[in-house]
Design a protein. Structure first.
Length: 263
């Protein structure tokens, strides 16, 4: 356990001294929190046109909007869709840290001494995964809490706020967000362990966001409704992917190759 804590502490120290990673950890949460809050405010004070409601008729077919007034439905719909950004955050934030975690140490020649120690591959990857995942999960939870505070202030009615504070979303934050983070971290570590360029590692690791973008646009298009069933299926799928990625990451991380043949 001491070795794991030492690696985690070193990873966080390196993160604080890396301007690129630090800027991502600041700018991404600020932007992805500001967008749903801005949408919340705009939907409260902006006029709701009949043409807008007609264009969103497919999305408004979700039963949760059935008893709402046009303004309530409009604010609930637009803000709920933008809340999907809180699920994108745990995919984007840890990739940069995880992608640099191994390839960065390759460049500084600090990985070889670490691999020569008795620490197991599983312990090493666990420490690096936690160091990448914990900040992403923590920042996502904090940003979601900030959004809920703003929703309490700017929601047009109590039932609109109740939609945002729905236990479904709280469970999503507690379960799906960590699972998405693990997926992003493992992809970043797998890529980082196979390449020698930090930029290539970040670009390849960012590909994990592409499947989520398809899901995001399907929600925007009204093809998928955000409900407990949708999130339950998503949680199950991501959990299965996480298990597979963990085994794949451990299998692909060849410490002997890094020690003897990496240049």
């Amino acid at each position: 356990m001491r070795e794991i804590r030492t690696i985690i502490r070193k990873e966080w120290e390196d993160t604080l001294h890396n301007k690129l990673i630090l800027s991502m950890l600041i700018l991404v949460p600020v932007l992805m929190t500001a967008i749903p809050i801005g949408m919340l405010i705009a939907a409260k004070y902006g006029p709701v046109k009949a043409s807008d409601m007609q264009e969103m008729s497919r999305m408004l077919a979700n039963p949760i909007y059935a008893s709402m007034s046009p303004q309530e439905a409009f604010q609930s719909l637009m803000s709920s869709q933008m809340m999907m950004l809180f699920l994108m955050m745990p995919l984007i934030l840890p990739v940069t840290i995880a992608a640099y975690s191994i390839v960065g140490e390759k460049l500084t020649r600090s990985l070889e001494p670490l691999l020569a120690t008795p620490i197991t591959t599983m312990q090493l990857l666990l420490a690096k995964s936690y160091a990448s995942a914990a900040p992403a999960v923590g920042l996502t939870w904090v940003c979601f809490a900030i959004f809920l505070v703003c929703a309490r202030i700017f929601a047009v009615s109590d039932r609109v706020f109740a939609l945002f504070a729905n236990p479904m979303w709280l469970i999503v934050m507690l379960l799906l967000v960590p699972l998405l983070t693990i997926m992003a971290v493992m992809v970043g570590i797998i890529v980082s362990s196979r390449v020698n360029d930090p930029r290539a590692a970040e670009q390849l690791g960012a590909l994990v966001v592409i499947p989520f973008m398809g899901f995001f646009f399907a929600v925007l298009g009204g093809l998928i409704f955000l409900n407990a069933t949708t999130f339950a299926i998503a949680t199950l799928v991501v959990a299965i992917l996480d298990v597979g990625l963990v085994y794949l990451g451990v299998g692909l991380f060849q410490r002997e190759t890094i020690l003897t043949r990496w240049k």
